[in-house]
Design a protein around this ligand. Structure first.
Ligand SMILES: Cc1ncc(COP(=O)(O)O)c(C=O)c1O
Length: 478
């Protein structure tokens, strides 16, 4: 809580608390459908006696702002319009009515837990601080002068960076393209959002993988797009199952993360790549290839993207620097036919007037001056070592209780808990013991899976994190 009591004020403490709660109700800090903080919790937070908080709530109850409901705590009264002195809008009604849906409550909860507590973090899908190339980025900023526009830049992104990405995707991903066919986006996430907003309409049917990257699920729902799930097997999706879905629902687009998939870590088998591209062009269904992970291959070998074989132009290719350089740079891109890119760039201009020039410059220097090459090799080795550490720890602590396939790249390990457990109870138990991960159902799968991200916890924390997870699992059986 950022607000603090003024212990030097003449205004009584209980009155200050009552005013603070009234203001927070008025400006929506306390949502109308949730209980206010308990007397005990608020007293602890503000370091006052519980009786002072009771007096504050009594005051608010006496003017009709709050109600004490036995068993539910202190709730905000149903209609407070005119009661609070502040003539402000009912923000909660606005919050609930926007067409852009919030994240799933469990996703919000996990994020909040990570902000507030020092947990061993297997939940955030990103690299840990020590895996970012901080020294190299500092060297760039301290030894080179910023070159670029300080005014609004081209809505498709800085032309120098687009040329550098053209070379980068040729060298590292065997993709032939041209700067005019690239749009720089705020990470892969914005690229996905623009595609859904600009190229689909409400009611359109799309295929997504099951399980899949959970942050894109509300994007589809907000746009009114219908999603049909395609199971991800140990070697990716099955083309017959895809065709069946198309026959049934007339699919408009296929969203795939074919290499080191989030969360399963699996990759589409090479024998299916050609068939998938043929299916896409024969049926006229575009593929959105979301590829943030292919450069994290532990063996360092180049993993072929679908886009590199896309002779018919049916693939829109999305990637970013988030999982291989730094997620905070927010540099992503989408590669596709010029007309599509121009349409998306026009939308991006409406959304944010184009990408920030400083981070584009920094990304360009990193990619263009040999830093990337050294960094990516080191990163692959370190990721492999963390993955090994996780696998060893799982084998040591929960060997008989879980099943998983060892990934060859990426940053996630997908783990099945063999026994039938209450997924939410397991998560609560784990949080209580100081470790957090993403429960499988958040990613669209059935009950009983856990996604461990091994890139985010420090290497020395991984063993302890798994030990705590094992304890949480054991406590469920008691
Ligand atoms: C499959 C996939 N797509 C897209 C993203 C978004 O990444 P960013 O916007 O940081 O590039 C993620 C992040 O976890 C991801 O796993």
């Amino acid at each position: 809580m950022e607000w603090e009591l003024d212990r030097t004020s003449k205004k009584p403490i209980y009155k200050q608390i009552a005013d603070y709660i009234e203001n927070s109700i008025a400006n929506g800090v306390f949502p109308s459908d949730k209980a206010l903080p308990s007397e005990r919790a608020l007293a602890k937070e503000l370091k006052v006696n519980r009786s002072t908080v009771v007096a504050a709530y009594d005051e608010l109850q006496s003017v009709g702002l709050v109600q004490r409901i036995h068993g539910s705590g202190t709730m905000i009264s149903k209609d407070i319009w005119g009661i609070t002195k502040k003539r402000i809008p009912s923000w909660n009604r606005y919050i609930e009515s926007g067409p852009f849906l919030p994240n799933l409550p469990i996703t919000q909860r996990i994020r909040k837990e990570m902000e507030e507590q020092h947990l061993i973090n297997f939940a955030s899908g990103e690299l840990s601080e020590d895996l970012f190339p901080r020294n190299q980025l500092n060297e760039i900023t301290s030894s080179r002068s910023f070159v670029g526009r300080l005014g609004y830049d081209h809505p498709q992104g800085n032309t120098i960076l687009r040329s550098t990405i053209t070379k980068h995707v040729l060298d590292y991903r065997n993709i032939h393209t041209d700067p005019s066919c690239i749009l720089i986006t705020s990470g892969a996430q914005q690229a996905l959002h623009l595609v859904v907003q600009c190229l689909l309409k409400p009611g359109d049917a799309v295929v997504i993988e099951d399980p899949s990257y959970h942050y894109n699920l509300p994007i589809f729902q907000s746009a009114g797009v219908k999603t049909y799930s395609l199971p991800v097997h140990h070697d990716g999706i099955n083309l017959d199952e895809l065709l069946l879905l198309h026959k049934k629902h007339r699919i408009k687009m296929i969203f795939l993360n074919p290499v080191f998939q989030n969360p399963t870590g699996t990759s589409l088998h090479s024998r299916n790549r050609k068939g998938l591209l043929e299916l896409s062009s024969e049926q006229g269904i575009p593929i959105i290839e979301d590829d943030p992970y292919s450069l994290t291959s532990f063996q360092g070998q180049q993993v072929q993207s679908l886009k590199s074989d896309d002779i018919n132009g049916t693939v829109l290719y999305i990637s970013s620097l988030s999982k291989v350089v730094a997620s905070g740079l927010r540099i992503g891109w989408i590669i596709g036919p010029k007309a599509v890119i121009e349409r998306l760039a026009d939308a991006k201009q409406q959304v944010d007037f184009g990408h920030a020039s400083y981070s584009q410059w920094l990304a360009n220097e990193f990619l263009d001056y040999g830093y990337f090459q050294t960094h990516i090799h080191e990163l692959q080795k370190k990721l492999e070592s963390r993955c090994d550490q996780l696998v060893t720890s799982l084998n040591n602590y929960v060997h008989d209780e879980v099943e998983f396939t060892i990934p060859h790249g990426g940053i996630h390990l997908w783990c099945k808990v063999k026994k039938d457990v209450d997924e939410m109870k397991l998560l609560e138990n784990a949080i209580k013991r100081g470790v957090i991960y993403v429960p499988g159902s958040v990613m669209g799968s059935g009950n009983g899976y856990v996604r461990f991200t091994y890139a985010r916890a420090r290497e020395e924390e991984i063993k302890e994190g798994v030990r705590r997870f094992a304890e949480a699992l054991t406590s469920l059986k008691k």
